[in-house]
Unconditional design. Structure first.
Length: 374
């Protein structure tokens, strides 16, 4: 049996079974694809050289069909060097996937011959914030008129720092991911931060949006031809300095699963919906809740035909997950979970419609629930 949890009241009115994508949805770019921009700058010393001797951008690249890919190296040979640039890409077959990467690194060092103070500074700014990317979700003949849409934004990557005594290394990072569906915000998160290592300290900073996996949302019954708008900003600036000591080193490089630099990825995945009548469930698996309606504790009961891993969550009607009720390997048979109408943080949730989602055996089962004022 699943351990009884005390979380919140709701009411059952409809059952849905949600399977993996079985229909060919296409996402088509409808916003101007030349308004997204990549700006960069680099400078090293001493002697001081750079793409420009000020803080204005060295370059400005506009996107083509919502994409670009460019990188730039600068510096005085091996002792002082930088990397700056970025990539923006997207694909729209079956699912929408957008990746925005800021390419940055900086290094300054002294050898036994060339000994003098030095620095390296670079930044890259990927701007799909002033002019977001907008897509329409198209279906094919025979596709259902609506689908559940799972949206997953992520900030990925790590910055690795190496310093010797008298050296410094620092990073300034600004990131934003915001997704709207038909003009209504579905999920959003930002990370504006800075940090430093110096005087022989080494370290790795792993990146993640503050909300982490809570940024993932499931939007039920999204109509075909809906408009999905994605706003992105990815700015990274590493800076290093060394003193006039032999063997001085300050080095910063960044990477993610998409290559050099920190990356923001956004995936919008249609999950498919099959309606099931009131009080019914998919074969061999049942999901129900009682009492219905309820202004107090509600028992969510599900039956498994065989042992299976279970993931049981509560979502609001905008697709935000508000509570995780169970995630475990469970035996065959009946299982009960009690919900008391609170979020994962312990807050009382307002009265309204909620969705209970059970994922087991690779299949999603969703029930529409109603929470009343207590």
């Amino acid at each position: 049996m699943v351990a009884r949890l005390s979380i919140s009241p709701i009411v059952l009115s409809l059952t849905l079974a949600v399977a993996s994508p079985s229909h060919a949805f296409q996402f088509v770019l409808v916003s101007p694809g030349s308004d997204q921009h990549l700006n960069w700058h680099w400078e090293t010393g001493y002697p001081s050289i750079g793409c420009q001797n000020n803080q204005t951008p060295c370059g400005d690249i506009a996107s083509i069909n919502g994409t670009f890919s460019s990188s730039f190296t600068g510096g005085a040979g091996f002792r002082q060097r930088t990397l700056s640039g970025g990539t923006l890409s997207w694909t729209g077959d079956d699912s929408l996937k957008i990746v925005a990467t800021a390419l940055v690194s900086a290094r300054a060092s002294n050898d036994i011959v060339n000994i003098q103070p030095g620095y390296a500074d670079a930044w890259a700014a990927l701007n799909a914030r002033d002019f977001p990317l907008s897509f329409t979700m198209h279906g094919e003949s025979g596709d259902p008129p609506t689908t559940n849409l799972k949206i997953t934004p992520r900030l990925l990557g790590s910055f690795v720092h190496n310093t010797t005594l008298g050296a410094t290394s620092s990073v300034l990072l600004q990131t934003l991911a915001l997704v709207e569906v038909n003009g209504i915000q579905a999920t959003a998160d930002t990370l504006y931060t800075n940090w430093a290592y110096d005087d022989g300290a080494d370290g790795t900073r792993v990146l993640q949006f503050p909300k982490g996996e809570w940024n993932t949302v499931m939007l039920p019954n999204v109509p075909v031809n809906s408009l999905i708008t994605v706003t992105l900003w990815n700015y990274a600036r590493p800076s290093v300095t060394v003193s006039g000591l032999s063997g001085d080193l300050a080095d910063i490089y960044a990477f993610s699963t998409y290559g050099d630099g920190p990356a923001i990825s956004v995936v919008a995945q249609p999950m498919g919906v099959v309606g099931v009548g009131e009080g019914m469930a998919t074969p061999s698996i049942s999901l129900r809740a009682a009492p219905n309606p309820s202004s107090g504790a509600t028992t969510i009961r599900f039956a498994l035909p065989a042992p299976s891993h279970v993931h049981l969550s509560i979502y609001d009607v905008t697709g935000h997950r508000v509570a995780l009720l169970a995630e475990a390997d469970e035996s065959a048979g009946d299982h009960d979970v009690v919900w008391n109408g609170r979020s994962a943080r312990g807050d009382h949730l307002p009265a309204g419609v909620y969705l209970v989602q059970l994922v087991t055996g690779g299949v999603r089962h969703i029930r529409k629930l109603i929470l009343l004022d207590s």
